[in-house]
Every structure is written in structure tokens, then in C-alpha cells.
Design a protein around this ligand. Structure first.
Ligand SMILES: Nc1nc2c(c(=O)[nH]1)N[C@H]1C(S)=C(S)[C@@H](COP(=O)(O)O)O[C@H]1N2
Ligand SMILES: [Mo]
Length: 244
């Protein structure tokens, strides 16, 4: 192997392992390179620091592929077994104006956001693929607020390591690490293909997490918990990390 390709291999390997151990490495690098303003309480201190650090450190992370508009699937498949949840039906009858997503756990400011409030945050639109573990997929345009803005508003504490998110469907919850939670393509979605998010696709609020399989993109989200351990949360039949 030439010196050049050997060096390339080593640096590629280093970059990959930095990605795998996520923010611990990012924090050390940030500290070393002076990316954290010295008068702030660390990377997860006040929200501005979080946003700043995430922009500085995580935009370098790999992005899921985004597609041109002419690739949007004509008939996206909504995978949904019919369910009856009284609370859901009455919120839906009211046009979801009373829907709230609560943010709790390791945050300085436990918060609760209505859809109108979520729509007041900076939004992002992305045309990405949702790929189910069963082998089917579709491409859609998703509109929503990057989760990082919500975490920033709730002021994540320094011990934060994971974000758990819950559906109004009781047995549906999933979790991601902070690197994925702060990733720019991780969205709390309220719009699809230019319109409202249809019920079958998780109205009024779902996650879009295009770097992982479809089951991590939980629908009907009404709660978000920041935690330092998944011991009490991780169960179920799907594997925790579903990177694609
Ligand atoms: N609340 C809830 N979220 C869910 C599911 C579900 O049944 N309930 N199914 C998951 C699975 S396995 C997939 S592949 C995607 C499907 O998204 P779609 O219904 O928009 O196609 O949603 C995920 N999120
Ligand atoms: Mo799925």
C-alpha cells in the first residue's frame, strides 16, 4: 500500500471512530479547539451554547441522502393498524389545537409545546426516504422543527446522553443518542408533501430520522424525555441502533 492510501485509511478510520463515540469525542475536540465559549457552563449549558456547539461539531456528521422533488413517491404507504384512543380522537376532533409535546427529564426547563409553538421555531424541509425494516420504502418531503431547537429551548443538562420519545400509542417509544438528537436532519415533523401531516403518517407530530430505519420514526409524538441511561427504557423487539 502506498503511503498516501495508508494515511487515507488511517484518517478515515479515525473519523469513523469519532462518529461512533459521538459527543464525548466532540466535547474533547471542542474543548481542545476552543469551540466552547469559556463563560458558558459547557457544551450543554445555555441553549445558545448547545445550538452553537451542535452547529459547529455535528454538521460534519454524515447526512442522509436528500432527493429532488420529482422523486417524491406518488402513493406513500402509511403503515398503521387502526386504533381507538379516546384522547387521540378528541384532540383530532379539535383540529389538534390542544395537542402538546412535553419535554422533561434532564432539562433545566421542563417545557410543553403546542403545534403553533413548534411552528414558531426555525423549520426545515427535507425530501428523504423512509425505509421500513420489512423491506419497503418511500420518499416524501417532511417539514418540521429540528429536534435540536426544542432541546435547546428546554436547556439540556450536562449529564444528558439520550433522548426518549413517546407516542400517544402507549407501546410506541424509541430513543436516540445526543449525536442523533442534535443532528440537523432529525426533525419533529408536522407537514408532509406540502400539506398537513396525514393521520396515517402520524398526525399531528412524528419524528423524521432518515439515517435510521422507519421504526425509529415514531408517529403521534406527545412526550420527549432527556436521560443519561436507557436501562429503564430499552425494551421491545427492534434493535436500538437502526442505522442505514
Ligand atoms: N406510533 C407509531 N409510530 C410508528 C409506527 C407505529 O405503528 N406506531 N410504525 C413504525 C414503522 S415500523 C415504520 S416503518 C414507520 C412507517 O411510517 P409511515 O406509516 O409513515 O409509512 O413508522 C414507524 N412509527
Ligand atoms: Mo417499519
Amino acid at each position: 500500500m502506498s503511503n498516501f492510501s495508508r494515511r487515507k485509511l488511517i484518517t478515515t478510520g479515525l473519523a469513523a471512530s469519532a462518529g461512533a463515540s459521538g459527543l464525548a469525542v466532540a466535547v474533547r475536540l471542542a474543548d481542545r479547539y476552543g469551540l466552547i465559549p469559556p463563560d458558558y457552563g459547557g457544551i450543554y449549558g445555555p441553549g445558545t451554547t448547545l445550538t452553537y456547539a451542535s452547529h459547529r461539531l455535528l454538521t460534519g456528521q454524515s447526512l442522509a441522502r436528500e432527493f429532488p422533488a420529482n422523486q417524491i413517491s406518488r402513493a406513500p404507504f402509511a403503515k398503521l393498524r387502526p386504533f381507538t384512543i379516546e384522547a387521540y380522537d378528541s384532540l383530532r376532533a379539535g383540529g389538534f389545537v390542544d395537542w402538546r409535546v412535553n419535554v422533561d427529564g434532564l432539562v433545566a426547563r421542563p417545557s410543553s409545546f403546542s403545534l403553533a409553538e413548534l411552528k414558531g421555531f426555525p423549520s426545515r424541509r427535507q425530501i428523504t426516504q423512509l425505509a421500513c425494516e420489512e423491506g419497503w420504502s418511500f420518499i416524501a418531503e417532511w417539514t418540521g422543527v429540528p429536534l435540536m431547537h426544542i432541546l435547546s429551548a428546554a436547556q439540556t443538562l450536562p449529564q444528558a446522553r439520550y433522548v426518549v420519545y413517546y407516542s400517544i400509542q402507549r407501546n410506541w417509544r424509541q430513543s436516540i443518542d445526543m449525536a442523533d438528537a442534535l443532528h440537523p436532519q432529525t426533525l419533529l415533523v408536522y407537514g408532509m408533501n406540502g400539506g398537513e401531516l396525514p393521520m396515517g403518517h402520524g398526525a399531528p407530530l412524528r419524528l423524521s430520522l432518515p439515517r435510521q430505519l422507519g421504526y425509529k420514526s415514531v408517529k403521534f409524538i406527545n412526550r420527549i424525555t432527556v436521560t443519561d441511561s436507557l436501562k429503564q427504557f430499552h425494551k421491545g423487539s427492534y434493535s436500538w441502533y437502526a442505522g442505514i
